[in-house]
Design a protein around this ligand. Structure first.
Ligand SMILES: C[S@@+](CC[C@H](N)C(=O)[O-])C[C@H]1O[C@@H](n2cnc3c(N)ncnc32)[C@H](O)[C@@H]1O
Length: 328
């Protein structure tokens, strides 16, 4: 997991990249459930209006780039594939153990609570054209502290640009990062996003075509997301923009795949992965990312046992790169 945060040096939008060293203390804490209380950034001094202006400035900067228009083309192709798959759904009969397990899990942790906002609104479209079905969603995990980190701020700007492009309604644009501060949560709600109340550890079941953005997130978060949607019917609805699955698989010895990235390694050869061409001015924001989608035509070629045995992933607390739900 690339872990770099560009912190602002002053009140301006200039920034420097600060790489956090993995010291003994941090390594120890990474796997612990107490990590939820780690690095809570004090951003009480941040002026909300000025932060909103900065995010808007990032979005305006992004919108006119070749990077953005290329990324949009890739995402539109991926979304069209997901949309076609769900319209011509021939996979109704194929369910998975994960689907059953997941609904049990949901009952325990209620991860799919729709936090209906009182100020529900749909943003105006930027280009007058939307190719996303009406019930389409966006889900964003692991954005980071955008009040203090410029990388996260540009990533938020991308989320807002995409949300506007596809006119995704408030209740359908959901976000979660255990490190969001109160100020950040409030601002996201002001901007028309729903902030999830619980740490689902990425185990959210798709409810229609969903663009999932997970920039530079921990491997277990991707693995959990795949597990929770482990059937052709579920997977085909998702478009995942995040760390490259194929790089993840290549970076881990094969004997450890099952333990760390079982579902990523199983699906990687059978999904479509397109690397994000990182031509953006600031090279540490959208680096090492890919767009992944899961065409039904490919998934349906896999033998039935691929889906029938799907145990919930269990990880070693010592090498976990995500923050776990301390209440589960
Ligand atoms: C390496 S940072 C990436 C931050 C930022 N997106 C970037 O590119 O610099 C990983 C992020 O994942 C978040 N994260 C960890 N566990 C999570 C969980 N269970 N659900 C959602 N996000 C999580 C962390 O709080 C952190 O902000």
């Amino acid at each position: 997991m690339a872990s770099a945060c560009a912190l602002e040096t002053s009140g301006t939008d200039d920034f420097q990249v600060v790489r956090r060293k993995k010291g003994k203390r941090q390594q120890k804490q990474l796997g612990s459930s107490q990590e939820t209380s780690l690095n809570v950034i004090d951003d009480s001094h941040v002026d909300l209006e000025s932060l909103k202006r900065r995010v808007n400035k990032c979005r305006d900067e992004l919108l006119v780039t070749e990077f953005y228009s290329n990324l949009l083309k890739t995402l539109e192709r991926a979304v069209d594939s997901a949309k076609d798959s769900t319209h011509n759904d021939t996979t109704t009969e194929i369910t998975s153990v994960a689907a059953v397990n997941s609904s049990t899990h949901k009952a325990e942790t209620k991860p799919n609570i729709d936090r209906k906002s009182t100020n529900e609104h749909t943003p105006e479209t930027s280009h007058g054209k939307s190719s996303l079905p009406k019930d389409a969603r966006m889900l964003v995990y692991g954005l980071g502290n955008f009040a203090s980190c410029v990388i996260a701020r540009y990533q938020l700007a991308l989320v807002l640009a995409l949300r506007q492009h596809w006119q995704v309604a408030t209740s359908k644009c959901e976000m979660y990062d255990p490190k969001f501060s109160e100020l950040e949560t409030g601002m996201l709600q002001d901007l028309g996003c729903s902030v999830l109340q619980q740490n689902e550890e990425g185990k959210r079941r798709m409810q229609g075509v969903t663009i999932v953005l997970m920039p530079h997130c921990g491997k277990a978060l991707f693995n959990n997301l795949l597990w929770a949607n482990w059937s052709p019917r579920q997977l085909q609805q998702m478009v995942v923009m995040g760390n490259s699955f194929s790089n993840m698989v290549d970076s881990i010895p094969e004997r450890l795949w099952k333990k760390h990235i079982n579902y990523v390694s199983l699906i990687s050869p059978h999904c479509t992965e397109e690397a994000v061409n990182n031509t953006f001015t600031h090279t540490d924001i959208f680096n090492d990312l890919s767009v992944h989608w899961f065409p039904a035509s490919r998934l349906l070629q896999l033998p039935a046992h691929t889906w029938s045995h799907a145990p919930q992933p269990v990880y070693d607390a010592t090498d976990l790169e995500i923050i776990v739900n301390s209440s589960s």
